[in-house]
Design a protein around this ligand. Structure first.
Ligand SMILES: [Zn+2]
Length: 125
């Protein structure tokens, strides 16, 4: 599992060596620090922002995650309380998206990074 990109994405580790932390704080819901990233990997020195504007691409991943969370919220609401009005569906989707915003932010950047860089077992030593 440690060689998989899912390890890097969900443990928020460097996509190259899977050793160094990407984010300064491990706590996703620390709202003053959830978006603070290290510039480089502390283990292998990989620079996380490969080029200027690299993180703009993560917005597309974020959009896809947001749609997935919205659909999941809709389906769960429908299964639990099918008589709900459209405003209940809308309100719950907004609450879920706001509540998961820091998670979506971090996951989208991790997924985006793992599109472009891959695990190198030599650098993890
Ligand atoms: Zn690294």
């Amino acid at each position: 599992m440690k060689n998989s990109m899912f390890y890097s994405i969900f443990k928020q580790k460097c996509p190259v060596c899977h050793q160094g932390d990407v984010y300064e704080s491990k706590q996703v819901y620390n709202l003053s620090k959830f978006d603070k990233m290290h510039e480089k990997c502390s283990h292998c020195g990989h620079k996380y922002e490969i080029e200027n504007g690299f993180w703009y691409g993560a917005m597309y991943v974020s959009y896809a995650l947001t749609v997935a969370f919205s659909v999941a919220s809709f389906i769960l609401t429908y299964l639990i309380y099918p008589q709900a009005t459209v405003w209940v569906y809308f309100g719950l989707i907004v609450l879920v998206l706001l509540g998961l915003a820091p998670v979506t932010f971090r996951l989208s950047r991790m997924i985006w990074m793992n599109f472009f860089t891959h695990y190198d077992p030599e650098k993890s030593k």
